[in-house]
Design a protein around this ligand. Sequence first.
Ligand code: 6MZ
Length: 377
Amino acid sequence: MDAEMGRKVAKEKEMREWCVALPKVELHAHLNGSVRNSTLLELAKQLADKGIIVFEDVKDVIMKNGRSLPECFKLFDLFHILTTEHDTVTRIAKEVVEDFAAENVVYLEIRTTPKNNEAKGMTKRSYMDAVIKGLKAVEAVDVVLFDSNSRTNDTLACTPTIEFDGDTMKKRIYVRLLLSIDRRETTSAALDTVNLALELKDQGVIGIDLSGNPVVGEWETYLPALQHAKELGIPITIHCGEVANRKEIQAVLDFCPQRLGHVCCLNDAEWKKLKSLMIPVEICLTSNVMTGGAPSLELHHFADLYNAKHPLSLCTDDCGLFSTSLSNEYYLVAATFGLTKPELFHLAQEAVHFIFADENVKKSLKEVFKHAEKRFD
Ligand code: 6MZ
């Protein structure tokens, strides 16, 4: 390696480490898309030992790197076979929080689709209980799971501010849950999910998401459930424009949810409308490039929205599925669009404005960033 190459490698390493150390806010992470490959392989082995699947077939699919959008949804069906047991759901929820906390995510909204599975004795409620059990089982870091006004007796919730000091203190991460409506679901199943979100309000559930294969289902099917959530005052985020479905993109913008995910395939009029509505966007760079929603990193719509000062937040979508991390997404923004360290810090800090948790949490997170500013600017 010549001297210049050596300097380049050292600079990249330093920047990557800086992005890991940066306190970050993650607003768009699907639970089953964020499972570690090592855990998926272990679970596949267990099922193979029982003769339910052929390990070699599954191993290749899990380890494959490039994935088209239709391949992703086939893979989710496989992941769901691997994660049907309540104990497994608890395990993956715990590990996902540990992994985000390890890269200094200070606030995490995990979204997941509550699932009925009669054969396993699983209901949407018992699935969510298993997820929440996983969040409570985390020991490596302090997990703050409840809003301070809804669980005043909870000692963690009484903490007014987060002390962020990766070197000497146990890390602390705020975790909240969003319940996803899968586009394959019926109106009645979607309504069940919204009612469950209400039921679990004091257990860390704070919002609703609409996701799933974008070429499946009709907007009119989920609208009554989304309307119901709106009436109940539950914040909503919607996957929008992963494919060029003009009618639906228009309907989603008209519905005006609190946040939008992806927004890849908008036309000029839709971009204009999105920008005038100022709906915060959850940007998923790696995911969009891998699934073809954006032609390349360089041509990703992040640049246009960022330059227009549109509210946005960098997110991973499915860090397991796409072999990325939130730190890597920040690194990619620096490497691709030339953002400086102060600009990256500001980007991470601004995401606090778009969280669904209450004002007390926002206040605490603002303190975290204020405290960190000296070290990161
Ligand atoms: C749309 C997605 C998605 O809910 O089982 N999901 N929906 N677009 C995406 N971009 C690639 N990535 C994940 O997590 C997996 C589920 O999240 C949704 C799909 O419905 C997928 O089955 P949970 O924890």
